[in-house]
Ligand binder design. Structure first.
Ligand SMILES: [Zn+2]
Length: 416
């Protein structure tokens, strides 16, 4: 699959190879150097996603011959991107196949997220492990650009030991921002934000990787699609809950981005024309009934209360909390049924705060879905909570940040 990236993303273009993509046969005109670059990328991508892998298995998985894999792994090891070791337990007699592992602590990406209530920064190693993570509250109503300085402080606070090399950075930006006057607008995953991050944290040398920005729901969807519950599923709907609802939609292995990358605002799908006024100016938007704020309102909890408190109360039998959960789960199923009829995905993943809401109200969501969605759209459909939890936006941002390195392993790194 290939995930085309939104306008404003600087490094990974629409033709960037996808994580699971194996090297396609080179065009006859492709030079040897280009073939080598693609093959180096395929080997590095494989161990990045699957962890330590023997040369023998790489040979089989990537369809390249043994001596080619040996040469490629040797080049990657010489570049400090992988290590090669004799396996500790050899399964067969004879010379064991060396195990190729990503340099998980020496080659890193900077992953950032700008969320409605908090800002987060993480250092994530090649292979996808979070090595360090920091967060700070986000002032209500502040703009994404206001987040640059505190994010830079978080990053500087977690600087690792000498010798770490950086593949670049990416930031996941929550799709909608509420201005102090309550107006909802779509946040800019835009050039100004990227330029400000590059100025604060980037490597100014020409040709070095800069920051990439993208919509948080899209990036979390990418994470679940690459490493989480949706791995291997090419038609999926990822729903992210925070204050509102948004979606990352993958069809045929491609992320639906729309004009300017602004698609997926499913929280503003009108489900009740006579319903409550939404912050976007419309009335009866889905997120006014199925979002976290709706859960708190139904439960009589103060805005800003953790939705987990309501879910815990519901689990303990509190009647008001149970009714609140039931109502939100009904509306969640209502909206999902409509989206399922439109996109016909194989899998719906619930992320962000929806992860817990879905886990608590799964039966209600499924019943509503079964009563509304077309049989052809629902019979094969699976509903799952995201497996990466709150880390999904950061893990997805790191995947974006590693894109250049995985496309051209020998020419993308920058020293700390
Ligand atoms: Zn709205």
């Amino acid at each position: 699959m290939a995930i085309p990236l939104r306008r404003g993303l600087r490094r990974a273009g629409p033709d960037a190879p996808a994580p699971e993509q194996q090297p396609s046969p080179p065009a006859p005109a492709a030079g040897q150097e280009e073939i080598r670059r693609q093959n180096l990328g395929a080997v590095l991508r494989y161990v990045h996603l699957h962890g330590p892998t023997s040369r023998a298995e790489l040979t089989g998985r990537l369809g390249l011959n043994r001596s080619t894999i040996g040469a490629l792994a040797g080049d990657l090891a010489a570049a400090g991107l992988v290590t090669e070791e004799v396996p500790t337990t050899a399964r067969r007699a004879g010379r064991p196949s060396l195990v190729v592992s990503p340099c998980a602590t020496r080659v890193c990406a900077t992953a950032l997220s700008i969320e409605p209530r908090r800002l987060r920064a993480a250092r994530i190693g090649l292979g996808g492990r979070i090595l360090d993570q920091r967060e700070t509250p986000r002032p209500y109503g502040s703009s994404p650009l206001d987040a640059v300085a505190p994010l830079a402080d978080l990053v500087r606070g977690m600087a690792g030991e000498d010798g770490i090399r950086y593949a670049g950075g990416a930031v996941a930006v929550a799709d909608t921002i509420r201005d102090p006057d309550g107006t909802v607008r779509v946040a800019g995953a835009d050039d100004a934000l990227v330029a400000a991050l590059d100025a604060e944290l980037g490597d100014a040398r020409p040709g070095r990787p800069g920051f990439v920005a993208g919509d948080l729901a899209d990036i979390a969807a990418l994470a679940e699609h690459t490493r989480g519950v949706a791995a291997g599923v090419d038609d999926l709907l990822y729903l992210h809950g925070d204050r509102g609802l948004s979606a990352g939609i993958v069809t045929g292995g491609r992320l639906v981005v729309g004009h300017g990358g602004r698609s997926g605002k499913v929280g503003h799908m009108v489900v009740d024309p006579g319903g409550r006024r939404c912050g976007c100016g419309s009335r009866g938007c889905w997120e006014t009934e199925a979002g976290t704020d709706a859960l708190l309102r139904r439960a009589g909890a103060a805005p800003g209360t953790s939705p987990l408190a309501v879910l815990r109360a519901a689990a303990l039998g509190d009647a008001v909390a149970r009714d609140a959960l039931h109502g939100v789960a009904e509306w969640l199923g209502f909206g999902v049924a409509n989206l399922v009829n439109v996109f016909n995905p194989d899998l719906v993943v619930f992320g962000g705060t929806l992860r817990e809401v879905y886990a608590a109200g799964a039966g209600t969501v499924r019943r509503r879905l079964d009563s509304m969605a077309l049989p052809a759209s629902r019979e094969h459909l699976q509903l799952r909570a995201g497996s990466l939890g709150a880390d999904a936006p950061l893990i997805g941002a790191a995947e974006l940040a590693f894109g250049s390195l995985l496309n051209d392993p020998l020419h993308a790194l920058t020293a700390q």
